[in-house]
Design a protein around this ligand. Structure first.
Ligand code: MN
Length: 426
């Protein structure tokens, strides 16, 4: 059946505990960035500082994705400098310089560069300011904030950029987002292995939900089942707060309160992804709370499935993302639900659930989502009541190849007969 639509299922086997990326792979990533930065430029990056949750309690630390991608270092206090022509620091000269806090730089070595104290960052920046014409700056806290007391927006990045450019005449400070998009959008075998582990744990959570879900339960009980399987399997985080929306909450795209008591006759939308070694997957399933879809729910669900299949058939290196959007819209329109589309059908996924990309066209090695949805409002005037208040989204992740797409989330059943069969076993 899946063969017929050009998708083969990647057989997933249990993976060993998450391995660190090999130094060679990290060095290769830095080499690719060095090329993109260009010989008269340099890239300087700062690790995430971590985030306060409340008072003196922090969120668990998670490195900024670009920094993690190039260093594999999951701690604050670090800087990374890539300078194709080299930069002098502490009497040495290198193209790749990692600057670390005293407590954790001891014993660290780079195959392609040097490790020095973070205390030297100002010297490095002065030296770069005097020698390069383009400085790419990537810093996680570099956006804007609102000064609500004086009602003005403070653009930190613009301010940082201007100040540095004034101090170092002839230097242009730029964002490296496009450069990172180019390298991060294509996944390596070891990145795919982490994503496949994330898929396995997420699928285990969904199977747990199929066994457990019944009317009268609260949405957060399904959230707990998902997080239980992910955590138990070694996931570091969920890629984002679990979305478990039943009944009217199935219509709220980013609903994550998960407080409602589920009723017979509801559908429940679960949009979830475990995160392993920094990599997440993005899976959505819509289940009938009572174990059986109503006739109207089946009609909506089948239209979403057909749209997904139509998109799967299109996937292949070289195809513009726009064609995937068109294929989904056409399929949903044919079923008479075009009015109820509320979001795009695809995005890249990887270190971030909405992963960075610089292409309008599919490239071999990309992992993309396919996530059509139909959302009939509670008070819709055109449809009989049985259609109203029903949101259905089905989302899978696909590896793009030269020949087509490879479904990597096939472990989580999406067909109506399979779902109802698994729910009957409760
Ligand atoms: Mn998504």
């Amino acid at each position: 059946m899946r063969k017929a639509i050009g998708i083969s299922i990647l057989l997933l086997v249990a993976l060993p505990a998450v391995a660190q990326f090999e130094e060679k792979e990290l060095a290769d990533r830095r080499a690719r960035l060095l090329t993109l930065v260009g010989s008269d430029g340099a890239l300087v990056m700062k690790a995430s500082d971590g985030k306060v949750r409340s008072n003196d309690t922090d969120y668990r630390y998670r490195q900024e994705s670009n920094f993690l991608y190039l260093t594999g270092i999951n701690e604050p206090g670090w800087y990374l400098v890539l300078a194709p022509r080299g930069v002098g620091v502490g009497g040495k000269r290198a193209s790749v310089v990692a600057l670390g806090p005293g407590r954790s730089m001891a014993g660290r070595v780079l195959p392609d560069g040097i490790v020095v104290s973070a205390d030297l960052i100002d010297d490095v920046l002065d030296s770069l300011g005097a020698t390069v014409s383009t400085l790419y700056v990537s810093a996680p806290e570099m956006q804007f904030t609102v000064d609500w007391l004086n009602d003005r927006t403070l653009f930190l990045d613009r301010d940082m950029r201007k100040t540095f450019e004034q101090k170092h005449q002839g230097v242009k400070v730029k964002s490296p987002a496009k450069l990172f998009g180019k390298v991060r959008e294509v996944k390596s075998a070891s990145e795919l292995a982490l994503m496949e582990k994330a898929v396995s744990l997420t699928a285990a959570g969904l199977r747990h939900v199929l066994r457990a879900c019944k009317p009268g339960m609260y949405e957060y009980e399904l959230q707990a089942a998902i997080e239980y399987e992910a955590t138990r399997g070694g996931a570091d985080f969920m890629g984002w707060p679990c979305i478990v929306g039943s009944g009217p909450n199935s219509l709220i795209l980013h609903y994550d309160d998960n407080r409602r008591q589920m009723q017979a006759g509801d559908v429940v939308v679960l949009d979830i992804g475990a995160e392993c070694g920094g990599y997440t997957c993005d899976i959505t399933r819509t289940y009938p709370v009572s174990g059986k879809f109503t006739r109207e729910q089946k009609e909506i669900y089948s239209a979403v499935l057909a749209a997904q299949d139509a998109v799967f058939q299109k996937i292949k290196a070289g195809v513009p993302f726009r064609e995937l959007e068109d294929a989904a819209r056409d399929a949903i329109a044919r079923a008479g639900f075009e009015k109820y589309i509320r979001h795009g059908v695809s995005h890249n996924v990887g270190l971030d659930v909405h992963d960075i990309s610089s292409s309008d066209t599919l490239r071999a090695g990309m992992v993309i989502t396919v996530e059509p949805g139909i959302y009939v409002p509670v008070d819709d005037k055109e449809r009989p009541a049985a259609y109203c208040g029903v949101g259905v989204r089905i989302e899978d992740d696909v590896l793009v190849t030269e020949e087509g797409g490879k479904l990597i989330t096939g472990e989580a059943p999406r067909g109506i007969p399979e779902i109802e069969k698994l729910m009957r076993k409760r």
